[in-house]
Design a protein around this ligand. Structure first.
Ligand code: AHR
Length: 324
């Protein structure tokens, strides 16, 4: 995405979030179904709150369905939205594959579907648009930070992956691997899913520490989200090591909970993912449903790196009105 478009998206996002009392026009009285993945992370909970807040500002009747991390629940919810005849559907897809049949049903019923925050492997005509980050870029930004930080030193990395089969787990892994590919001194020695949760992040990290000489042989942790990093930081502390020093920590999301860890030097870097996917989604739907304007197929949000130099605690405060 070019700079101008990023700027425009940023400006419209700020405008949307800064206008709590200002009604948005074009979707009043419409019913929109939202199939949400669940509440596995702080980021996910914030996305749910922002979507509810946006729905209120747009005068939308939001039908919310929590899938509790299961694709079959999402498929059931979409079928029920289609049966109800909703005006549009928002879908945050838990995994990347297996959507063609149900999305064809929505398409046959003339109900536009907008994907939020994750991608799918399906023909593009099955959804109106996708509002998400460039997840390969997120992984690359995290990897480039590590490359720059360790320089020529040997670095054995452990990786906590997101949910198996989800687009962020696949793409964030790919982007990080691309960033370290030309640096033979940096190697991923262990990689396992922590399912984007704090509890599993801690548990899997405990296993990594046991397997790697009590953690002495680990130089860095790359976690696909902040929640897993927060759990892993606790495991590193309990193993008698200093997170952020003995083991570098880089992750993704920039949720307020990672900020105190960055401020304390226990986490080193995070890549921001805005939870406000609904704002751009409702804008696109308003233009499409009222004036037939086809949005761009991929509306890409910004992926910025934050470190201790970026006033982490101030950042946490600034993020509070993003649903956190
Ligand atoms: O799809 C976005 C990812 O899902 C977030 O990075 C993670 O925290 C969430 O669970």
């Amino acid at each position: 995405m070019n700079f101008i478009k990023q700027l425009a998206l940023g400006v419209s996002t700020v405008a949307l979030l800064g206008s709590a009392a200002m009604a948005q026009e074009g979707l009043e009285g419409m019913t929109i179904g939202f199939s949400q993945i669940g509440s596995e992370s702080g980021w996910r909970a914030a996305e749910t709150s922002v979507t509810r807040q946006q729905a209120e500002e747009w005068g939308v009747n939001l039908q919310f369905s929590d899938a509790q991390q299961r694709q079959e629940n999402q498929i059931r919810a979409i079928r029920s939205f289609v049966a109800q005849g909703v005006d549009a559907i928002l879908l945050a897809p838990v995994v990347a594959t297996g959507w063609e049949e149900v999305l064809s049903e929505a398409k046959d019923a003339d109900i536009p579907v907008v994907l939020l925050d994750r991608g799918i492997e399906a023909p593009e005509d099955l959804y109106l648009t996708s509002v998400a980050s460039d997840q390969v870029l997120e992984g690359r930004v995290a990897g480039e930070w590590l490359v720059e930080t360790v320089g020529d030193e040997d670095c054995r990395v452990v990786e906590l992956q997101g949910t198996v089969g989800s687009s962020p787990a696949i793409n964030r892994k790919q982007g990080f691997e691309e960033a370290i590919a030309d640096h033979a001194n940096i190697e991923i020695v262990r990689s396992q899913t922590g399912d984007f949760t704090r509890a599993l992040g801690k548990q899997v990290m405990e296993g990594f520490l046991r397997a790697e000489n009590g953690g002495q042989d680990i130089c860095a942790l790359y976690a696909h989200n902040d929640d897993m990093a927060v759990g892993a930081i606790q495991a590193i502390r309990e193993a008698g090591l200093n997170p952020g020093e003995d083991i570098l920590v880089v992750s993704i999301d920039a949720v307020p909970d990672i900020s105190p860890a960055i401020a304390a030097g226990e986490a080193n870097a995070t890549v921001e993912l805005t939870p406000n996917m609904a704002g751009p989604a409702f804008e696109a739907l308003a233009a499409y449903l009222n004036d037939g304007v086809e949005p761009e197929k991929f509306i890409i949000t910004e992926s910025r790196l934050y470190t201790a130099e970026d006033d982490p605690e101030g950042e946490a405060e600034r993020r509070r009105d993003l649903g956190y």
